[in-house]
Design a protein around this ligand. Sequence first.
Ligand SMILES: Nc1ncnc2c1ncn2[C@@H]1O[C@H](COP(=O)(O)OP(=O)(O)OP(=O)(O)O)[C@@H](O)[C@H]1O
Ligand SMILES: [Mg+2]
Length: 260
Amino acid sequence: MYVAGIDVGAATAKCVIMDDGEIVGYEIIPVSYDLSESAKRVFNATLKKLGISADEIKSVVSTGYGRYNVPFAKKQVTEISCHGRGAIFLIPSTRTIIDIGGQDTKVIAINERGRVLDFVMNDKCAAGTGRFLEVMARVLDVKVEEMGEIALRAKKKVKISSTCTVFAESEVINHLVHKVPREDIIAGLVDAISSRVAALAQRVTIRPDVILTGGVAKNEAVRRSLSEKLGLEILRPKEPQIVGAIGAALFARDILQGKR
Ligand SMILES: Nc1ncnc2c1ncn2[C@@H]1O[C@H](COP(=O)(O)OP(=O)(O)OP(=O)(O)O)[C@@H](O)[C@H]1O
Ligand SMILES: [Mg+2]
């Protein structure tokens, strides 16, 4: 029986459809200001991709910043709980999750069943989130998806000293004016974001295995830099952006089975 998990984040909406505890398909789309329209659109896109009709989905759970904008969801569950559940499903050895999304960054400590033991969140400042990289990608005229690869080509990294995104943007412009190679600037930005995330992570007890999730986890330079700063290996699921939506789908399955 089909169930769905929908994660409406600040940057993207994600939908995962599962059948009997197996992922059958998913979609990721950018969100618009109309969150409920974004939720419907990602749901319909996933159904269309799989050739399934909406009435075949027996239970839907929503999560993320826009979780109350999913009128067809039976229940809303926090992103923290959904990430815990999704992470254990994908990588059972996970004990710490670092999620770098579009608007906030979370570090979540979980037990072997995916239950949340502790978490910290940076949600008041763009530095240390995907938004920081998006702002900088625009100034540098590169795609956010390419930044990791470009950073890995750097010969040396520039020091970005401002912790504020707005001031850091001025620093980047200044480096461009002085003809500093783009890759060296991007390597500096990767270092800046991973320093912020590492400082946040140190506020919880980090136990291995540590996994990196969220859109920014697709940036390999961030994963490596964070790994170096924390002094441990950081794993990444094959599709790190849908971990919360997977957790939501698993909660949707619990509802069908009468566990919730
Ligand atoms: N292919 C990619 N490679 C590198 N970075 C990416 C890629 N796709 C997205 N990103 C980054 O990921 C961010 C979005 O991540 P994600 O979709 O996890 O956010 P979200 O869940 O909508 O936000 P939040 O959890 O903060 O509400 C973007 O801001 C961008 O910086
Ligand atoms: Mg998110």
